[in-house]
Write a protein that binds this ligand. Sequence first.
Ligand code: PNS
Length: 167
Amino acid sequence: MNHATDPHAAIYPGSFDPMTCGHLDVIERAAAIFDRVVVAVVVNPQKRDPLFTLDERETMIRAAIGELKNVEVTHFRGLLADFVRKVDATVIVKGLRVVADLEAEMSTALMNRSLSNVDTVFLPSDPRWSFVSSTLVKEVYNLGADVAEYVPPAVLHVMQSKRPAPR
Ligand code: PNS
């Protein structure tokens, strides 16, 4: 049982394909709330093949978080509920961009709690990033838009080196 003074380790799981400014905002805010934050990159995202390799996704996050001392970046495969126990996380953190996100996240949170006894805490997205998703960033970038506003500089750098934006 956790006592009020016991340290809380939060796990922030995701595909991060790629990390956006919205993800970075959630990490920074979680780092200010919890003693330790483990950013856990899923090896094989459920949705589709990732655009960025696991190594690229982890490297971009490490570069973007800079000097945040209580944040570590790692990856996992398989069940999040198993990995939560492996890293001794006491809470799962998820960002909510819009109310519709909550519908999908509710059942996931309840399943994860049922499997691991670890609860999920939702952080509302900063309104600046409520429309920003990895999927949209990739789509508009591929169609020639400037995405510098939506991703940390380290991510933009990797995106540009991987494939220069079309003119
Ligand atoms: O950034 P995403 O794609 O929304 O992250 C989804 C993620 C990685 C958090 C979710 O797909 C996940 O937890 N995958 C691990 C597999 C698992 O545990 N599935 C059951 C969830 S109840």
